[in-house]
Design a protein around this ligand. Structure first.
Ligand SMILES: Nc1ncnc2c1ncn2[C@@H]1O[C@H](COP(=O)(O)OP(=O)(O)OP(=O)(O)O)[C@@H](O)[C@H]1O
Length: 264
């Protein structure tokens, strides 16, 4: 199914997608893991990519973040064709990816972690040779970002001493340091207890006001709560797209999940 057959009923009228893909496909040898996927991620909206295990979510995520090269298809960042660019290049253009790379340093304080993120040229490499002292001018901005994720009062603590949920909030702060136009989160709620899930869901909803956000997520309740646009994948293809109400009313979605998901 393509967006030619699925009108962009979920897209705000007249708005251009911050990140879009057309005909995105990926095969591994003879195996077609992703086939003809169209997706639009809009500024100020949360796009959730869901589907049963093995549906191709991670592969699409890795294609969009350029950690995998598509076999076919096109990826646009606004009006820029990023299909053949590498991850460092698209990071410089404002695409940030979180949770697949370890973004924090356990022995450093929270505020120093965010300062380091603020001086990264492209979000991927850290300039270790730069003394931490030279980062002090970045502190006000770092404190602002820690405040945004609810960690300002712990700024001096070591990152390693944080709870799991707070470490992930710190990772969000380091990602926001890149001032992303597009933020891609791979299972941001995985492994969290209920309390942390609620905090993180609120944080994601807040962060998405200033960027276009795509997340792969298994927690369907959170997807229902905060997702604006949902793409359901099955066997590498789009099963359906729309609002949560629309996709959850589709009997094929229920069928796709039956017996396939047991972790929600
Ligand atoms: N590097 C690879 N080589 C071969 N096959 C792969 C590779 N990466 C993924 N696949 C296959 O592609 C299909 C889609 O995998 P993918 O990890 O994208 O699914 P997923 O929806 O993210 O699954 P899950 O929810 O279990 O993480 C699976 O059948 C998987 O085995």
């Amino acid at each position: 199914m393509t967006l030619a057959t699925v009108p962009a009923q979920h897209a705000p009228a007249g708005s251009r997608a911050a990140l879009s893909a057309r005909g995105l496909s990926k095969s591994f040898g003879n195996f077609q893991a992703v086939n003809d996927v169209d997706i639009d991620v809009h500024h100020g909206r949360i796009h959730a990519l869901i589907g049963p295990n093995g549906a191709g979510k991670s592969t699409v995520f890795n294609l969009l973040t350029k950690f995998l090269q598509p076999t076919a298809g096109k990826i646009m960042l606004g009006e820029t064709d990023i299909t053949r660019m590498d991850p460092a290049h698209i990071a410089r253009l404002g695409v940030a990816r979180s949770f697949q790379i370890s973004a924090t340093f356990g022995d450093m304080s929270l505020v120093d972690n965010v300062c380091v993120a603020l001086q990264r040229p492209n979000g991927l490499a850290v300039q270790f040779w730069r003394p931490l002292g030279s980062l002090s001018r970045l502190r006000p901005r770092a404190m602002e970002l820690l405040g945004r994720v609810g960690l300002a009062d712990m700024a001096a603590r070591r990152a390693a001493d944080l709870s799991y949920g707070r470490k992930r909030a710190l990772e969000i702060a380091t990602t926001l340091a890149l001032d992303p136009k597009v933020l891609l989160l791979d299972e941001p709620l995985a492994g969290m207890g209920q309390e942390d899930v609620e905090t993180m869901a609120g944080l994601i909803a807040d962060v998405a006001r200033d960027c276009a956000l795509l997340m792969v997520e298994h927690n369907i309740k959170v997807v229902a709560d905060i997702g604006h646009d949902i793409t359901v994948l099955q066997r590498g293809e789009i099963l359906t797209q729309g609002s949560y109400a629309e996709v959850s009313a589709d009997p094929r979605v229920r069928e796709a999940y039956m017996g396939a998901e047991d972790d929600d």
